[in-house]
Design a protein around this ligand. Structure first.
Ligand SMILES: NC(=O)c1ccc[n+]([C@@H]2O[C@H](COP(=O)([O-])OP(=O)(O)OC[C@H]3O[C@@H](n4cnc5c(N)ncnc54)[C@H](O)[C@@H]3O)[C@@H](O)[C@H]2O)c1
Length: 367
């Protein structure tokens, strides 16, 4: 591991200080093992906005000029810039935390993992929900078998906007859901089907539906992501034979509700005078969740990994696994068929990555 900590502590740069990057600036500054947080952004307006809260923060217009002054970098720029910035920083021996989506092509994701290994630096992906106490609770319930046989999972991440410049809604929002699913199930999918369409935007899909299939445990998840919905929704439902759980991230309290409800098929004999199913209605329980700020835990974990040599919970392999699903989903959306994750892995190995060409921006027209 490259020695990162100077005598005065770790110097962290945050590149991209828009909506999300400015939150990283605040959380990184609150960590005692971080001695200095520098900001990197070509926008004078963005720098002025951050300096309004933190007047003394060093600012750079580009990564190259900031590199000699930092030990680690948080990347919170538009998605298509993640891979080039991450690779340049890691090649210079800097540790990197890259926001979701980890990369916009599988090829880039692989290259990032390779460069991290070659330079012996920490590479972490900002899959923030894996640091969320509600998601930890879901994972524990599934692992303990509290829900009985898992029937299916369903997630919805909808709102009006925010439209992005360089990726479609799939690459913008679905990384959250796929990372939550992988974490909660302790597994990665084998195949994906995806339908998407463009409405308000001419080039980028603004709604998408995914069916994500896992083998172990054998279960399917439906994912709905949208920039074109009148209602803000951030919900995940896990339905099992014994219980059903709803995680609603917009609930101030009781983000997780466990419904002791179920349904059982009645006697097979086809007596049409009898109801086909019998229903069980029980209590609804909202388990206590530790109050935490996922972004703070994530940033703290990144710094701890640098200082201790520990591997991040959401490491490069974790980021890569999500990009595999996104790339398979993009191909499925284009070719209207189920795509196996092994297929996109094989096409990368045989040099046929991005069957249909490398997208300049991630929209249907571009591929
Ligand atoms: N983990 C999460 O929950 C979460 C939430 C929101 C956004 N994000 C991710 O964070 C990233 C940024 O999103 P945002 O909403 O803050 O975007 P934003 O548009 O508000 O900010 C992006 C910033 O990057 C700057 N920038 C653009 N290109 C640059 C370059 N080459 N070098 C330096 N700076 C550059 C822009 O000037 C701008 O200030 C995206 O990847 C997004 O997906 C993650």
């Amino acid at each position: 591991m490259t020695s990162a900590e100077g005598p005065e502590g770790l110097r962290v740069g945050v590149v991209g200080i828009g909506y999300w990057g400015s939150k990283h600036v605040r959380t990184m500054r609150s960590l005692s093992s971080v001695s200095q947080v520098a900001v990197i952004d070509p926008s004078e307006e963005r720098v002025a906005a951050v300096r309004h809260s933190f007047p003394e923060v060093p600012a750079f217009r580009d990564l190259e000029s900031a590199l000699p002054h930092i030990d680690a970098l948080v990347i919170a720029t538009p998605p298509t810039t993640h891979a080039p910035l991450a690779c340049a920083a890691m090649a210079a021996g800097k540790h990197v935390l890259v926001e979701k989506p980890f990369a916009t092509t599988l090829e880039d994701a692989h290259q990032m993992v390779e460069i991290a290994s070659e330079n012996d630096v920490v590479l972490m992906v900002g899959h923030t929900f894996e640091y969320h106490s509600a998601v930890w609770a879901l994972r524990e319930m599934v692992a303990r078998g509290d829900l009985g046989e898992l029937y299916y999972l369903d997630t919805s991440r909808l709102n009006l906007g925010l439209y992005q410049h360089d990726v479609n809604v799939l690459f913008d929002l679905a990384p959250h859901d796929i990372s939550i699913l992988n974490y909660v199930l302790g597994s990665t999918p084998t195949s994906v089907e995806c339908w998407g369409s463009r409405h308000a935007h001419r080039r980028l899909e603004d709604i998408a539906y995914l069916r994500v299939c896992y083998d172990e445990p054998h279960v399917e998840a439906n994912v709905h992501v949208s920039w074109l919905d009148p209602c803000k929704v951030r919900r995940m439902t896990v339905v099992g034979s014994s219980k059903m759980v709803v995680f609603d991230d917009l609930e101030g309290e009781e983000r997780i509700r466990v419904h002791n409800k179920g349904v059982v098929q009645s006697d097979e004999t086809a007596d049409l005078t009898m109801p086909p199913m019998s229903y069980r209605y029980g209590e609804v329980v909202a388990p206590y969740l530790v109050v935490n700020e996922p972004l703070l835990l994530e940033d703290e974990h990144f710094v701890d990994c640098i200082l201790t040599g520990m591997a991040p919970l959401t490491d490069g392999a974790n980021g890569l696994a999500v990009v595999e699903v996104l790339e398979a989903a993009q191909l499925s959306m284009r070719e209207h068929r189920e795509v196996f994750i092994d297929e996109v892995r094989r096409s990368l190995r045989t040099g046929l990555a991005h069957v249909g060409g490398r997208p300049a921006v991630l929209g249907r027209e571009a591929v």
